[in-house]
Design a protein around this ligand. Sequence first.
Ligand SMILES: CC(C)(COP(=O)(O)OP(=O)(O)OC[C@H]1O[C@@H](n2cnc3c(N)ncnc32)[C@H](O)[C@@H]1OP(=O)(O)O)[C@@H](O)C(=O)NCCC(=O)NCCS
Length: 208
Amino acid sequence: MQGFPAKGDPCVSLGEPTMGTHHAVTWPPAPIKTERLVLRESVPEDRPAFIDLFASPEVGVYIGGAQRREDLERSAPEVPGRRFGSFVVDLGGTMIGMITFDRRDPQRLGRLLPEGGEAELGYLFLPESWGRGYAAEACSAALDWFAGTHPGEPVVLTTQTANQASMRLVTKLGFTEVERFEEFGAEQWFGVWNAQSSSPTGPPPRIR
Ligand SMILES: CC(C)(COP(=O)(O)OP(=O)(O)OC[C@H]1O[C@@H](n2cnc3c(N)ncnc32)[C@H](O)[C@@H]1OP(=O)(O)O)[C@@H](O)C(=O)NCCC(=O)NCCS
């Protein structure tokens, strides 16, 4: 299991870490608790949930499609997603999704810094968990972690404009549009989040 999805959209990847190792940043951090969730490092028991995520046609709709379950069963690491910047989102002891921070490939369209390599947020949640505000709650906590460990550094994000659930989520989180462009045969929305402008005076994530 190198990356996901197969078509190369690097929204969320299970591959090698691209955030690098930060001597000043402890990884994994202590589990991050929110009102309903825990953000933690991956454990071997999460493997079936990772496979469900990456094999789900619903999850794959806007990110290049699902992978074959048989291929995932065969090739997924014993502990998928255990790397710097990759959080498992846990509800009551069960994985419901994942959140990642990766360095954006400078060769890709969409850029904030002249040299590229911005920290990019990615998220995938199992369909059974959708529509309950879990993604907003978890991503908000993950962004807080990032702001605390990488002070002053912006976070970018790309999502298809057709991905309405994701577009609603980025707005809730306080991302603002930088540009739109065509990639992977679809219109992409490229936005940025800054701790200063997103909290506490910026648009708050709508977490009830
Ligand atoms: C993108 C994705 C994470 C969004 O998940 P989601 O469950 O829709 O997002 P949220 O957790 O913010 O839930 C929001 C909905 O829950 C509802 N909700 C219910 N209880 C809630 C609560 N306590 N708090 C907040 N919202 C609540 C809200 O009404 C809201 O619906 P709305 O956005 O229509 O107003 C999910 O669709 C997904 O995993 N998609 C597949 C992967 C993908 O495309 N990732 C993007 C890669 S760039």
